[in-house]
Design a protein around this ligand. Structure first.
Ligand SMILES: [Cu+2]
Length: 120
């Protein structure tokens, strides 16, 4: 009786080309912000910008104030804590750390200058 030796062919060259996963799913760009952003109609670069926030720091000598402010759609800012320079140091009078305030920034081209601050 003859025995056949079955040679095991090693198929070493199985080219499984992972050709870039082209997914057939309808790829819609994911919208970044889940929040419903209310778009202010005007993108006026010269007019004042209004927002609200909480005073977290006041430096009367430097004439600066820090707000934890809401998103400001008019200039595309997310909510953040940042420091503003008071155009007139007098606008810092009558407010204190912890106050909820509404404020106005000078303009879209000079958004770091606060011109009006009012306690809410
Ligand atoms: Cu900011």
């Amino acid at each position: 009786m003859k025995r056949k030796l079955l040679s095991v062919l090693t198929s070493g060259a199985l080219m499984l080309i992972a050709a870039g996963c082209s997914q057939p799913s309808a790829s819609s760009p994911t919208t970044a912000a889940p929040s419903a952003e209310a778009k202010m109609g005007d993108m006026d670069m010269t007019g004042p910008i209004r927002s609200t926030g909480v005073v977290t720091q006041i430096d009367a000598d430097a004439g600066t104030v820090t707000f934890d402010h809401q998103a400001i759609a008019a200039i595309g800012w997310p909510a953040m804590t940042m420091q503003f320079h008071a155009e007139d140091p007098a606008v810092l009078q009558g407010i204190a750390v912890g106050d909820h305030v509404s404020f106005q920034l000078k303009s879209a081209s000079e958004p770091a200058i606060v011109t009006v601050v009012q306690k809410q």
